[in-house]
Write a protein that binds this ligand. Structure first.
Ligand code: BTN
Length: 258
């Protein structure tokens, strides 16, 4: 039975899915969750849609979201200082990586928020803040390329993959969602112990040791990814010395480029 519906998801009893807003088709779950958050939706409001017509990725990129993927956004109201909000992305990446690994997919985390199999992306994560104290919120968007062929995603097949391609069969989207929510809840519960999240991140990481190029604020930093800082920032050994990057678009380059 296909249990990907509002009632079944709410019946999971997961604290991240206390209120479920389920759609067959929507513009973007991210926009919908933001709208609900501004209207006062509580922590644990989950928006899921089978299809997104205008799915959005980082840096305003298009995110192809046809039938067969898991497209979701969560309203989070966390007890975090504003400067700790960036912890949510790595914690989410670790949580989703654990869920996918348990499902038999050998995913790795490319800093800061891409889940890859080999060099191909299987999942994207988008955490965006909104509101003002005391009504601050974070919208955590997660897109997993599940029961799809890579050609359906409108991106180069060299750059994207799907669970179907990796596993050779389709997955039960309800079970996948349940696993993702369970792992996410556990990671978000330990945001105050961020060192533990970072330790797990290192297990899944595929960026450290690589030659990388990062675009940030119109500037390019190139060098070897050396370490993570205490808040998950990437420390790059560039020609002029170490550079700390808090966000940006990272490209993995060939070793000879550094
Ligand atoms: C990225 O890697 O650029 C982030 C992609 C995030 C995509 C998800 S799919 C569900 C949610 N709704 C959106 O419009 N975007 C996020």
């Amino acid at each position: 039975m296909n249990k990907l519906n509002r009632r079944a998801i709410e019946a999971l009893g997961n604290p991240l899915a206390v209120r479920v807003d389920f759609h067959e088709e929507i513009g973007s779950t991210q926009e919908r969750a933001r709208e609900l958050a501004y209207r006062g939706a509580p922590h644990g409001t989950l928006v899921v849609s089978r299809v997104q017509k205008s799915g959005r990725g980082r840096l305003g990129r298009n995110w192809g979201s046809p039938l067969g993927g898991l497209w979701m956004s969560l309203v989070l109201r966390l007890d975090l200082a504003p400067d700790q909000a960036p912890r949510v992305t790595p914690a989410a990446a670790v949580g989703v990586a654990k869920a996918l690994r348990e499902g038999g997919v050998d995913v790795r985390i490319k800093w800061p928020n891409d889940l890859l199999v080999g060099e191909r992306k299987v999942c994207g994560i988008l955490a965006e803040s909104g509101g003002r104290d005391p009504n601050r919120f974070i919208i955590l968007g997660i897109g997993i390329n599940a029961n799809l062929d890579p050609q359906e995603l409108g991106a180069s097949p060299d750059r994207v993959t799907t669970l179907r391609s990796e596993l050779g069969h389709d997955v039960d989207l309800f079970r996948l969602l349940a696993a993702v929510l369970a792992k996410l809840a556990a990671e978000l519960d330990r945001l105050h112990d961020f060192r533990a999240v970072l330790e797990d991140w290192r297990i899944f990481d595929c960026t450290l040791g690589r030659c990388v190029r990062v675009q940030r604020f119109g500037e390019v930093v190139q060098g070897t990814a050396k370490d993570f800082g205490p808040e998950g920032q990437l420390i790059i050994q560039a020609d002029g010395g170490p550079v700390e990057v808090f966000e940006g678009d990272v490209q993995h380059l060939r070793h000879e480029s550094c």
